[in-house]
Design a protein around this ligand. Structure first.
Ligand code: NAD
Length: 239
């Protein structure tokens, strides 16, 4: 069966009003990554970190899926093969746009994690430092976000998907955060056609066979319509 594996990053949610990591204003610009996206930063100042993710959770809840999220959901529904969506994003705009089985490799704003027993539960809109775990009662809740230095989720399943991909696409990701930035090399090595959809070439842009340059709402929608209009390509036809 033909399999399309899609990696998305902050750029796909930019036109929904959620600023990217490297945008010049907004939440990220007001904080150092070491302070808000590492376990050391959380240990130093849990209240500041929890409040940072509270603000991001609220922002994501007020945002709506855009045409790019919806186009990928349409592809999942109508493509004759399998479409796997892997996202580095912690918002839930893919799901609210209609996609299913999205692999959130960097965690999710709408999930809370117990540091003591690793139980997960739906996060309150406003978390507080030291919130109790509903399972073990330890005052050890944290946002269920994969911070720098931590192991991304679902990595074995992701590499299995990459090994089987006919097409690998990266949408709105800068190619600076590993292991996600290494997926294009892996997909290429195992025989997939690779395509980058972005406003500009990413840090790993030279490794893609094809580029579609422009805002995600336009280029993703066009790409999806093209894929749905042509017969499904057997995996080997791209080699
Ligand atoms: P990034 O901020 O490093 O890069 C964003 C990329 O998107 C850039 O390459 C930029 O050219 C592109 N882009 C911006 N606007 C676009 C548009 N309208 N259409 C198409 N492309 C556009 O983001 P990243 O590569 O995802 O890595 C940053 C890390 O920050 C990730 O680990 C992610 O978890 C986190 N993050 C997540 C969100 C979110 O959940 N929405 C937002 C910011 C950061």
């Amino acid at each position: 069966m033909s399999k399309i594996v899609i990696l998305t990053g902050a750029g796909i949610s930019a036109e929904s009003g959620i600023e990217t990591f490297r945008a010049e204003d907004g939440l990220w610009a007001q904080h150092r990554v070491e302070d808000v996206a590492t376990s050391e930063g959380f240990a130093r100042d849990p209240a500041m970190v929890v409040n940072f993710y509270n603000a991001r959770r609220k922002q994501a809840a007020n945002a709506t899926p855009n045409a790019a999220h919806k186009a990928l959901a349409k592809l999942q529904q109508l493509y004759a093969g399998q479409v796997v969506i892997i996202t580095q994003n912690v918002d839930d705009l893919h799901e609210r746009g209609g996609s299913r089985d999205v692999l959130h490799m960097h965690g999710a704003l709408n999930s809370a994690l117990c540091v003591a027993c690793e139980h997960r539960w739906p996060a309150a809109m406003t978390m507080a430092p030291g919130d109790a775990c509903p399972k073990c009662s330890a005052p050890a809740a944290r946002p269920d976000i994969v911070w720098f230095g931590e192991m991304p989720y679902d990595i074995d399943a992701i590499f299995d998907h990459l090994a089987q991909a006919s097409i690998f696409a990266a949408i709105g990701t800068s190619g600076n955060v590993y292991p996600a930035a290494g997926f294009v090399a892996e997909a290429h090595r195992t025989g997939a056609h690779t395509v980058e959809l972005n406003l500009e070439r990413s840090a790993v842009g030279g490794q893609f066979a094809e580029h579609r340059t422009g805002p995600a709402t336009r280029v993703v929608s066009e790409w999806v319509e093209e894929l749905l209009a042509k017969p499904v390509q057997p995996r080997d036809s791209f080699k």
